[in-house]
Write a protein that binds this ligand. Sequence first.
Ligand SMILES: [Zn+2]
Length: 479
Amino acid sequence: MAKDQRQVESITNMDEDFTQWYTDVCTKAELIDYTSVKGMFIYRPYGYAIWENIQHELDRRFKETGHENVYLPVLIPESLLQKEKDHVEGFAPECAWVTMGGSDKLEDRLCVRPTSETLFCEHYKNIIHSWRDLPKLYNQWCSVLRWEKTSRPFLRHREFLWQEGHTMHATAEEAREETQRMLNVYADFLENVLAMPVVKGQKTDKEKFNGAEETYTVECMMHDKKALQSGTSHFFGDGFAKAFDITFTGKDNQLHHPFQTSWGVSTRMIGGIIMTHGDNNGLVLPPRIAPIQVVVIPVAQHKPGVLDAAADLTARLKAAGIRVKMDASEQSPGWKFAEYEMKGVPLRLEIGPKDIEKAQCVIARRDNGEKTFVALSDLESAVPALLDQVHDGLYAKARENLENHTYAAATLEEAKAIQEEKGGFVKTMWCGDLACEMAMKEKAGMTSRCIPFAQEHLGDVCPVCGKPAVKMVYWGVAY
Ligand SMILES: [Zn+2]
């Protein structure tokens, strides 16, 4: 077949090979392309448009909670990066360095930012002097670079897009409140915009962010029952402030160190959307971030009046604030149906001569294939209601997946057997010792996902060592 005769190619069956299915969706839904640098991807217009909608929704929430956007440089001097020991140790293996400026060797080599805590601290030292300067509630939208050895579209890039919030507070209590506030912003966004149910909790010391005192996380379960850490929020105490000598004069006229937080989500979320909602026909997008919410497809478009009617409906939906696209190209309706299914467009509106006669159209849902006849006069109310139904349907399905694949285990052997036979999240009690956490990893192949806020009492002892348990932990295999 000639190259210009486009066809929607089939994709790998997700139950046969989930990894290949995922890659197929990323490329065939035209989200991403590869480049000649390993691990560096092009976000194609359709993929980037999803990110823009995520950005738009989150940015609004950040501003509603009092944050301002700033932009800091992409390069960090090595001497600055080394000021906080745990931080630099954690990131050193993934840093990429600029060592030359033109033809001159640099005396202090420059790291391409893997994250910007150190730059923010350098800046905060300059602008924070008095309690009146606090809190500082900054956020940055940017790309960061981590020299990963393996890569996968959206899930692991050497360069990826994200936002990083960095805030400074007069007291530890205020900083802790901020850490929780932003975790809740992420949880609300994931559930109510991306239709992805979350497990909220705290990371163990082993899994927390480099240099943080406490890390909080929202964990999601993918269709293949693996975990995706979807957003994190960190409380730093005054560790960085001390390392960077940031002080302010308090109301008591004494010098104090401020308390710091950071929090971030990235384009990884798009990988999460694909693996939570997608199916064997391709991508399935949650309506609230879908670049195209409704695609209008004229049926028998050569017949008189069809194109005009389709254009009229498109204009009406646009005026009602719906992201809508009409496809009046020469491709067959069958091709168009498959193409927009692959791209995960939540609703497909069909209109043909018979529909026009009856003053109706047909609307098909991407998530479950259900078709509804809608009176043309009801269009502006019916479409938003259907979009909400798609959102609710996606959320319910994802929640069912999470709940049906979360198991309690009382022994290490039981946890291992569940992981091998069923996958999913395994919840157990835990004594709090790193050795038992390591044993769960080595023997059952699972890392701790979080110590959930919603604690349950499953027993009195740690399943690994038999000592008294202090917490319930969720374990899983993570991306
Ligand atoms: Zn133990």
